[in-house]
Design a protein around this ligand. Structure first.
Ligand SMILES: Nc1ncnc2c1ncn2[C@@H]1O[C@H](COP(=O)(O)OP(=O)(O)O)[C@@H](O)[C@H]1O
Ligand SMILES: [Mg+2]
Length: 402
């Protein structure tokens, strides 16, 4: 086995290390496999005892251990460090290597992580993994049990390994983000179909149970009227009166079924006034309404209206609130809806577990929001009221949500 002294003195073994790193990186592995294999390779081929690979989390504010030499592999993904904390956090924040020859604990950058047993290792080198200057993707650390004077050349060699890894790590994380997004799109498509199905079933139900039943009876009364017209004028008049009632009822139901698709009030009044009228139609105490004119596409207006409707119905059904507030506002890039109450509240964690059928209740509100590329949150604590917040991005921003 090739054991470089982690020194430029042995150019051959150094080349071997870099060559094998390239082999690992070209194997098309995922991030965790890359981190793990490179950590193994470095300890195997250099005179060091452990190697840790910490990668930057997608949010960019913390490092997470992703690869480690045995026996530390078990902690992969379970140890994290905010940027700026510990030696690795310092290296990440400054994009500069750090070398500690001994007495780590005296170094103000050092932070003891019990699982990683720092007391067993004396010397260490930590280098940033960067795709280009200032663009950090992780940190690579090696430690030795014995005291070791790491040279500039050692640091450069590790820097070269980190440089090779950087591109592969960036590619692998882009790839996994793409895969996640693709999966999200598939789930989206499924939800749209489900929502459409729910909506169709509702319409079919209303037409079948309400409207067509009335038309059947209406036609029956008209036949009876036709039969009676020559002989019994009083009965004819009565049958026609019944038929008229049924026609009026069917018309009413047709209107309601259509209103279920897009509330006509939206076309008549626009979103802001429709929300105000919605609030007035639901029996709630002390409601404060603040709205502004918005310019959302029709389908987005319908979704915002439906979400407000469900949120207000929830307040009415569940909250026993003394005060309710609905606010519709706009920012430079989004429309915001906030419905808050000071009622009994609930525990969102337990409520989320018993999510109902698609298209209804809080899960339905969430799905509608997601279909718009927006976000919906329901913050609540038992006894402390509830706030439902919806953010709908304006058209130009819809595409960019990661
Ligand atoms: N404003 C609110 N105040 C108190 N509890 C609420 C409120 N909104 C929702 N909840 C709780 O969350 C649960 C789920 O709401 P939802 O998904 O709309 O279903 P549903 O209204 O059909 O029960 C409700 O049963 C209720 O316990
Ligand atoms: Mg509800």
């Amino acid at each position: 086995m090739i054991r470089s002294r982690l020194s430029l003195a042995d150019a051959n073994s150094e080349a071997q290390l870099l060559y094998r790193v390239i082999e690992v990186l070209s194997a098309g592995l995922d991030l965790d496999e890359i981190a793990q294999r490179v950590a193994d390779l470095i300890t195997e081929t250099t005179a060091t005892d452990v190697c840790f690979v910490h990668l930057l989390d997608p949010a960019g504010d913390r490092l997470r251990l992703r690869g480690a030499t045995p026996p530390f592999g078990q902690f992969a993904r379970r140890i994290e460090l905010p940027l700026g904390e510990g030696v690795s956090g310092w290296v990440a924040a400054h994009c500069q290597p750090a070398v500690i020859i001994d007495n780590k604990r005296a170094d103000p950058r050092y932070r003891y992580i019990p699982e990683l047993r720092g007391e067993e290792f004396i010397s260490m080198v930590s280098v940033p993994i960067m795709t280009r200057p200032g663009h950090l993707v992780g940190v690579l650390n090696v430690h030795t049990r014995d005291r070791r004077e790491f040279t500039k050349a050692d640091v450069e060699l590790l820097g070269s390994v980190a440089g090779l890894m950087a591109g592969a790590i960036e590619n692998a994380s882009l790839h996994s983000r793409l895969a996640e997004r693709e999966e999200a799109m598939e789930r989206f498509a499924e939800r749209i179909v489900l929502l459409q199905e729910t909506e169709r079933r509702r319409l079919a139900g209303e037409i079948h149970d309400g409207i067509s039943q009335r038309i059947v009876s209406l036609s029956f009364h008209l036949s009876a009227a036709a039969d009676a017209v020559a002989t019994n004028p009083a009965n004819t008049a009565e049958q026609i009166a019944r038929a008229q009632q049924l026609a009026a009822g069917a018309l009413d139901e047709t209107r309601r079924a259509i209103a279920g698709l897009r509330p006509p009030v939206l076309d008549d009044l626009g979103l802001a006034a429709s929300l105000e009228s919605l609030v007035r139609s639901i029996p709630l105490p002390n409601v404060q309404v603040d709205t502004v004119t918005t310019s959302l596409p029709e389908h987005a207006e319908t979704a915002v209206y439906r979400i407000a409707q469900e949120a207000l119905q929830n307040v009415m059904k569940h909250a026993s609130a003394a005060h309710v507030q609905l606010r519709l506002s706009v920012t430079a890039d989004a429309v915001l809806l906030e419905i808050s109450d000071d009622g009994v509240g609930f525990d969102p964690a337990t409520t989320a577990k018993r999510a109902g059928p698609v298209g209804y209740g809080l899960p339905g509100m969430q799905q509608r929001a997601e279909l718009l590329g927006g976000q919906l949150t329901a913050d609540s604590t038992p006894g402390r009221g509830t706030v439902v917040r919806l953010r709908v991005p304006m058209a130009h921003e819809c595409q960019t949500s990661a």
